[in-house]
Write a protein that binds this ligand. Structure first.
Ligand SMILES: Cc1ncc(C[n+]2csc(CCOP(=O)(O)OP(=O)(O)O)c2C)c(N)n1
Length: 588
């Protein structure tokens, strides 16, 4: 006689799941038994903290388009997983979390921790998932697994939790083929590709055809939808400039003349200037988040806008677009391409190239700097020179994101960069590298963290070692939580409270964990250290000692240069008014 853990494992195999990231508890051992009998199809990777399971599944899903799958035990496993689920929820990443639960009959003892580890998991998970499904019985398990995959991969993707009571997972199961049926449409995102209605597509085309200075703001939805070819073709046809959110980096090759890089207060400066100079803006698979919209100061009141998104709830949230396109990005851009006229806009392109050139010149000093301590842009330049097309760079949630965005141009239109901007939690990159490495075995996986962020999940390097992953982990080690150190200094009159980090020596710690460690203090030695790191058979930590006095945030840099103190942001941040984008007609 088999059990429900077998049934669950069989269904996962049926859905094409090749990797599961997690940590067992007594309540989930039946799943592990099921997985152990299917090792040729599915691999379980044991993480050392459930947070890592969520992050690894998130990165796996971003790179493959297939739901990332993770498993945790009841109670502490679930609470530690929360970071990953919120990241995936806010970044719209399809993840399936298999969550252990107390036996159903123990429900009366769940309150106030009487039953060990129990708490109201469903209520907790409901607030941090796209959907939480509590499996009531063995009979319901197959259809709820099918629901989990359907919900994760259809419409706006997101994380789904499947809560598995201990007695349900341990229940006897007589194998039968009806129970293990899967719906193969939901193995991969996007499951469906609805096209925006013809009248809205025609209206969007009319606006774009009339534009003099068109800009596309591409979000992660472009990459999730696999729409890079369509976006590139649209940019060429219209001579539109393309900027991206962090999540959309790689939606267009940033070496292309139509690209103006990442639009973010931490990104390159030309993106904002070019976005502000546009007369028509196409927001494409982009949620118009705080950072991409520069605190919702974009779009400008006078800009005509088109907003294309798979999720109708996105359209009109922060502004009323002139044209709202509700559909899959790839399918809708393909329809739009039929209606937009090829039209050179040489003057606009020339203006954009001038802005790009000026910004690049301003960056070049720091990128070639021989200063000690090392300037982070110099590290980025050395890394950019060594990246291959299939490599993946994963940013931690610190200044690292800005250094990468501003100083490494995406060499091709593809998902080669991952940023933890869904939630912006420190400690994302090293666990995410685990998922990225198995998702992209042909590429080399590079993480970039600050010393604060790197400390969160350094133990997971041992997991990299255990699974033979050759990751290269760059620590921009400036001895402080520099983002916070600057915030305190600028907005709290020179305050310096609890922002300094004394050690450790990450190169030595790396060795203790079975990885290789190098410390680099001299900019002239960065290149050689990276070359050696990429040759290593083991994971590597490059502990690079960097300048604590520099930042990629434009406004901080300006303020530091001015050397003044500022009012606390709480007193100056205001939400711009919600407004309608105009039609272009008046101005044509
Ligand atoms: C889990 C978590 N805690 C706190 C923060 C707030 N925070 C943002 S950046 C930062 C400092 C990060 O320091 P480090 O990783 O050394 O990078 P640096 O700022 O020096 O680039 C902090 C504490 C956060 N984003 N995530």
């Amino acid at each position: 006689m088999s059990h429900a853990g077998d049934l669950l494992a069989e269904l996962l195999v049926g859905y094409g799941v090749t990797h599961v990231f997690g940590q067992p508890g007594g309540q989930t051992v039946a799943l592990y038994d099921g997985l152990s009998h299917r090792k040729s199809a599915i691999r379980h990777l044991l993480v050392r903290d459930e947070r890592s399971a969520g992050y690894a599944a998130d990165a796996f899903a971003r790179l493959t388009g297939r739901p990332g799958v993770c498993d945790v035990t009841v109670g502490p496993g679930t609470t530690k997983l929360a970071d990953g689920l919120v990241e995936s929820l806010n970044a719209s990443v399809p993840v399936i979390a298999l969550v252990g639960e107390l036996p159903r009959d123990w429900a009366p003892y769940r309150e106030k921790g009487v039953a060990s580890q129990g708490f109201d998991q469903v209520r907790f998970l409901e607030s941090i998932t796209k959907s939480t499904l509590n499996v009531p019985s063995l009979a319901a398990l197959p259809s709820m697994v099918r629901s989990a995959f359907r919900l994760a991969t259809s419409g706006r993707p997101g994380p789904v939790a499947l809560v598995l009571p201990h007695d349900v997972l341990d229940a006897d199961w007589e194998p039968d083929s009806a129970a293990t049926e899967v719906d193969d449409r939901y193995r991969q995102y996007p499951a469906h590709r609805p096209v925006a209605s013809p009248d809205t597509v025609a209206a969007a085309a009319e606006l774009l055809n009339a534009a003099r200075r068109p800009v596309v703001i591409a979000g992660g939805g472009v990459l999730a939808s696999g729409a890079t070819a369509e976006l590139g073709a649209l940019a060429e046809k219209l001579d539109a400039m393309v900027v991206t959110s962090f999540s959309g980096k790689g939606a267009i090759a940033e070496t292309m003349r139509h690209s103006a890089g990442v639009l973010n207060p931490l990104g390159p400066t030309e993106s904002l200037e070019i976005a502000r100079n546009a007369d028509v803006v196409l927001w494409c698979g982009c949620k118009v988040g705080q950072n991409t919209s520069h605190n919702w100061t974009l779009p400008l009141a006078e800009q005509a806008t088109i907003h294309l998104d798979i999720d109708p709830a996105e359209l009109g949230r922060t502004f009323r677009p002139t044209v709202a396109l509700n559909g899959d990005v790839r399918a809708t851009l393909a329809a739009l391409l039929h209606l937009v006229r090829k039209q050179p806009r040489s003057e606009w392109l020339r203006e954009a190239q001038r802005i790009k050139q000026d910004a690049a010149e301003l960056r070049s000093d720091a990128e070639s700097s021989d200063a000690i301590p090392i300037q982070p842009p110099r590290v980025m330049r050395e890394l950019a020179a060594r990246l291959r097309p299939e490599d993946v760079v994963i940013s931690d949630a610190s200044f690292s994101a800005g250094w990468i965005a501003a100083h490494i141009a995406a060499p091709q239109a593809a998902r080669n960069f991952i940023f933890a901007r869904g939630q912006g939690g420190l400690g994302y990159s090293v666990p995410a590298a685990l998922g990225a490495a198995v998702a992209r075995p042909q590429g080399r996986i590079v993480t970039v963290s600050g010393d604060g962020g790197f400390g969160y999940a350094i133990g997971e390097l041992a997991t990299h070692v255990q699974h033979g992953l050759r990751t290269v982990n760059i620590v921009l080690n400036n001895g402080t939580l520099s983002w916070l150190e600057m915030y305190q200094r600028l907005f709290f009159e020179g305050l310096r409270q609890s922002v300094d980090l004394a050690g450790p020596d990450f190169a030595i710690v790396a060795e203790g964990l079975g990885a290789q460690g190098f410390r680099v203090d001299d900019p002239a030695k960065i290149g050689a250290a990276m070359d050696e790191a990429f040759q290593c058979e083991r994971p590597v930590v490059l502990d690079i000692r960097t300048d604590a006095g520099t930042t990629p945030i434009h406004s901080y840099r300006r303020r530091l240069d001015e050397g003044k103190s500022y009012p606390r942001p709480g007193t100056v941040y205001q939400l711009p008014p919600w407004r309608r984008s105009p039609s272009l007609k008046e101005d044509a």
